[in-house]
Design a protein around this ligand. Structure first.
Ligand code: SF4
Length: 265
């Protein structure tokens, strides 16, 4: 192992020398770039991933101690209702969505009901939801596709779910994890912010972050982890005025600003 590490470091040093030439090494800039990527990949495996996994393990332990049985805040009785509620919940508080869906689900119980809905009437019925006009249009389009391609039944795979209008990976993961009991990490605004502050992932792209988290978190804990992280983001690691002094993850957190926060808001 020591010899291998020595080989990697030496090779990287040689590659890093400006204008250095060595016939044994790739000579074109494209070759060098690919070669460097391979080297970084191995260096990641040897030096960084074990650290990241330890840190993720500690975070999981403390997070699950605080939230042993985290649950989604949206109310639903079946996968179809969760699909509708999740589309409505984009940039809208779950409490408001729950209030609207309580009545909405009495009037519209199937994909066919939404597919045949009058768009202006539906807009009025969900008018307290943010972006209600575009969401009414999305619900109708999504349910038309659901009725035509899936007989009105919510599919159980990522590939099929993302073919529905209004359904991206985040919504699909919410449905897979919370309605079908599969393991899935839904990266919403809370997961993005808290994962970044903790140092689990610094990607600003939700899909990339999802895959980075999947590499660090054991698969049998994906759904529980994302639900717990969402609760932590709502209650403690809020966007404004996070409550760092009382945070159970303080010692694991890489966010430098945490030291400047002394008072609990
Ligand atoms: S210490 Fe502060 S920034 Fe870090 S996870 Fe806790 S609340 Fe968030």
């Amino acid at each position: 192992m020591a010899a291998f590490i020595f080989f990697l470091l030496t090779t990287y040093y040689l590659l890093s020398r400006k204008g250095g030439s060595n016939e044994m090494l790739p000579t074109s800039s494209e070759d060098t770039r690919v070669f460097r990527r391979v080297l970084f990949f191995f260096c990641d495996i040897i030096f960084i991933m074990p650290d990241a996994k330890t840190s993720a393990k500690n975070i999981l332990t403390k997070l699950f101690k605080k939230y042993p049985d985290p649950e989604i805040a949206l109310r639903f009785r079946n996968p179809f209702e969760l699909l509708i509620a999740t589309i409505l919940s984009a940039q809208c508080p779950d409490t408001r969505v729950n209030k609207v869906t309580e009545t909405l689900f009495r009037r519209y119980q199937t994909a066919e009901h939404f597919a045949q809905a009058d768009s202006e009437k539906l807009e009025r019925e969900i008018s307290s939801i943010t972006y209600y006009r575009s969401k009414a249009k999305t619900l109708i389009e999504c349910c038309r596709k659901l009725a035509s391609d899936f007989h009105g039944i919510v599919p159980q795979t990522m590939d099929q779910l993302v073919t529905l209008p209004g359904v991206g990976r985040k919504t699909a993961n919410v449905i897979l994890g919370c309605a079908f009991g599969q393991q899935a990490i839904a990266v919403d605004t809370h997961v993005l912010r808290v994962s970044s502050r903790l140092g689990l992932s610094h990607s600003k792209n939700a899909d990339k972050m999802e895959h980075e988290l999947m590499r660090q978190i054991p698969q049998d804990k994906w759904t529980r982890f994302s639900l717990a992280l969402i609760l932590h983001g709502r209650e403690t690691c809020t966007a404004k005025n996070p409550r760092c002094p009382i945070c159970v993850l303080y010692s694991e957190c890489e966010w430098p600003e945490k030291k400047k926060i002394n008072a609990i808001p």
